[in-house]
Design a protein around this ligand. Structure first.
Ligand code: B12
Ligand code: SF4
Ligand code: SF4
Length: 305
């Protein structure tokens, strides 16, 4: 039987995705040119992996030669809970409160892929969430999941920007979803609220100034110029999304219980004392695992010194 857009939407929603869109897999000419400029400006800092596989990021036929369409998927992780803002606690960004989203989403992508293959054994796909050489946001925008907003996250009119993006690169021809126009208008709340001026101009982020990069991806010391600007963030940062009027008005609580907080804030004194065993036990299935204990300790020392 032929797989239609409607079948994919129904299956993906049953499995737990909140947003589903489709687009043809044509080369990402403009986005790849922007990526190239961004790399030239060294806005990726030490994220060397962003320089690799440029050809695949631009042209997904280098990943799946028979590719025709992309199915782009969004999964809401907003739980509605807020921070206590106590001085003795370090804040973890929302995306890392619960179970690692890669683990959650990979499983669901496999399920979607096998359910679609059951309908038509000719269906082939390669699925990605975050880690592969795929421009997740660019495909999400082309597939109508939202617009690339001034804070550089994809923003959806119905649920805001608190969602992860996954993409299925397929050999199937689907109807394109309508593209969503930019609704940022004259607002610049995110740019004005960023404490480190990382959004250097609308739609343009210098990672080397972004607290998310400085606390997670950066493996070096955090430069002194950012002292007293972190507002107790010790793993990622949500300020630009927290102030966004679309998120304030339209965020909806996720149905996925795995994203509910296990680690919303960490007591600074506990992190200081934490052993490798405790860290492993507590964070092996959490995104926080990425910094290792050494990185987390560096981060709390930075906000405390
Ligand atoms: C590298 C990376 C980061 C970097 C850089 C962020 C960034 N803006 O790209 C850092 C470490 C800072 C980061 C932080 C975060 N990340 Co991140 N990250 C990625 C990753 C791996 C690649 C993104 C990428 O390709 N960046 C390259 C630049 C070129 O892309 P861009 O900003 O979209 O650039 C466009 C604009 O700048 C535009 N542009 C317009 N005008 C101009 C002018 C010029 C001169 C230039 C150069 C460009 C330009 O063109 C570019 C391409 O279209 C993706 C996963 C993936 N595989 O795609 C996740 C991803 C983007 N991250 C995600 C998340 C959740 C986060 C955080 C919220 C986590 C947190 N709470 O700390 C923060 C958000 C910070 C922020 N304000 O963006 C989600 C976003 C989901 C969404 N709804 O959009 C993704 C998609 C992961 C996923 N699969 O869900 N991340
Ligand atoms: S995540 Fe934080 S530091 Fe990074 S751009 Fe947004 S507000 Fe600025
Ligand atoms: S805060 Fe304003 S400018 Fe920034 S992403 Fe939201 S709507 Fe766009």
């Amino acid at each position: 039987m032929k797989i239609t857009n409607e079948i994919v939407v129904e299956k993906a929603k049953q499995i737990g995705f909140d947003l589903v869109g489709f687009t043809k897999s044509d080369e990402l000419t403009e986005e790849a040119a922007n990526l190239e400029k961004w790399l030239e400006l060294k806005y990726h800092g030490d994220m060397d992996y962003m320089e690799r596989y440029f050809d695949k990021r631009k042209d997904v036929s280098k990943i799946l030669p028979d590719v025709k369409s992309i199915i782009s998927l969004g999964m809401n992780y907003y739980t509605g809970e807020q921070y206590s803002n106590q001085k003795d606690k370090g804040k973890i960004s929302r995306y890392a409160w619960g179970k690692d989203y890669h683990l959650v989403i990979w499983e669901k992508l496999d399920q979607l892929d096998s359910e679609l293959k059951e309908i038509d054994p000719e269906f082939e796909s390669k699925s990605y969430v975050d880690t592969g050489p795929v421009m997740d946001k660019a495909w999400a925008v082309k597939a109508g999941l939202g617009w690339l907003a001034k804070h550089t996250n994809v923003l959806n009119k119905e649920i805001g920007s608190w969602f992860f993006i996954a993409n299925l690169i397929t050999n199937y021809e689907f109807e394109n979803s309508p593209v969503v126009i930019d609704h940022c208008g004259s607002c610049r709340a995110c740019i004005d609220a960023c404490p480190t001026n990382a959004i250097v101009r609308e739609y343009l982020l210098d990672s080397t100034k972004c607290i998310s990069y400085l606390t997670i991806e950066n493996k070096k010391e955090i430069p002194d110029e950012f002292k007293s600007k972190f507002d107790n963030w010790i793993f990622g940062c949500d300020i630009c999304q927290d102030v966004c009027p679309w998120n304030i008005k339209f965020s909806e609580v996720t149905k996925n219980l795995e994203f509910f907080p296990k680690n919303k804030e960490l007591k600074i004194s506990e992190v200081y004392k934490m052993s490798e065993e405790e860290f492993h036990e507590r964070f092996s299935e959490s995104p926080i695992n990425r910094t290792k204990l050494m990185g987390l300790k560096r981060n709390v020392e930075f906000i405390r010194e």
